[in-house]
Write a protein that binds this ligand. Structure first.
Ligand code: G3H
Ligand code: 13P
Ligand code: ZN
Length: 317
């Protein structure tokens, strides 16, 4: 059942983090629902502008609607990831989504406030909640590339002013993570000190951690052993750090890259080992199962596994 993101946040805040997984196709969608049912976890499906373009908005939304019927036990929200104003407005007007993220973090502060405020007014009028972003993560997202020198951590005092002026419902914070497979160089990691400052200024306000893939070493080496060329120094977020971020207000954790690595490993290994095969449903079936296992693992690390009954009870479902 599709619920509001605000409802999920109300149940989760301070107790566990909700996995927000990017979906682009049928196989990922099946694996995500399978994994969340197996681990009895609530979740957020998120759709980027790139996913809407790739799969087609109607087809992608249709797959999610069908999955909702097929996996009737699932409790989840549907969210726009890194939306611009146009995409957010389109999604708000469609009536399908639980929430949108307006990402104007690359703009100057006042312009970020103005754009976010406009989206908040439109979204709230239709009962959707809004995630906004302040500060800038490193890495690649859509067509924007931010190198390490230009990473801009969220300022805890500015965060208060931003939330007050925009009326947004949750805040994506830049606390040292970055998008994509190449995250930390040297000893850089999650800045728990900065996260704690932000939460002290915004108590009980849901914070969102983007760029939270772990880029597991084993996954990278299996991909490379099967013909891939991913930089082996690629390093992500320690999965054991999610649970430490929960008491500091992190309620939603965004994971995309790790799922792409699962896809790449499964398909590279399959075609390496079976070079005469051409039925894509065979590796596709393996991928769905491997993706489901990956989702179970993440939900366990987020503390979301086993929370479905609590969510159902508290939301009166
Ligand atoms: O943060 C960006 C997400 O990983 C979505 O990536 O824009 O390539 O779909 P995408
Ligand atoms: P990763 O690239 O670390 O998976 O981050 C995904 C993300 O933040 C989506 O918004
Ligand atoms: Zn992101």
């Amino acid at each position: 059942m599709i619920v509001t993101t605000a409802d999920l946040f109300r149940v989760a805040y301070g107790r566990f983090a909700i996995g927000a997984y990017n979906i682009n196709n049928l196989e990922q969608t099946r694996g995500l629902f399978e994994g969340c049912i197996r681990s009895q976890a609530p979740f957020i499906i998120q759709i980027s502008k790139g996913a809407r373009k790739y799969a087609g908005v109607k087809l992608l939304e249709g797959v999610i609607r069908a999955a909702q019927e097929e996996y009737s036990e699932a409790v989840f929200a549907v969210h726009i990831d890194h939306g611009d104003e146009e995409t957010c407005c389109d999604a708000i007007d469609s009536g399908f989504y639980s929430s949108v993220m307006i990402d104007a973090s690359h703009e100057e502060f006042d312009e970020n406030v103005a754009i976010t405020r406009r989206v908040v007014e439109r979204a709230h009028a239709k009962g959707l909640s809004v995630e906004a972003e302040l500060g800038q993560l490193g890495g690649v997202e859509e067509d924007i590339v931010v190198d390490e020198a230009n990473v801009n951590l969220t300022d805890a005092n500015q965060a208060v002013e931003f939330v007050e002026r925009t009326g947004c419902d949750s805040l994506a914070v830049a606390i040292g993570t970055s998008h994509g497979a190449y995250k930390f160089s040297g000893s850089q990691g999650i800045r728990f000190d900065r996260l704690a400052e932000i939460q002290a200024n915004l108590p009980n306000f849901p914070l969102v951690m983007h760029g939270s893939s772990s880029v597991p070493e084993e996954e990278v080496s299996r991909i490379n052993a099967a013909g891939g060329a991913i930089d082996p120094s690629a390093k992500g977020v320690d999965v054991n750090s999610f649970i430490k971020a929960v008491p500091l207000g992190v309620t939603k954790v965004n994971i995309d890259t790790d799922g792409r690595l699962v896809w790449t490993r499964v398909h590279r290994e399959y075609f390496r080992d079976k070079p005469a095969e051409f039925d894509f449903r065979k590796p596709g079936t393996i991928f769905v199962d491997e993706y489901a296992k990956f989702i179970v693992h993440k939900n366990e690390k987020l503390g979301a596994a086993g929370q479905l009954a609590v969510v159902r009870q508290e939301l009166g479902l």
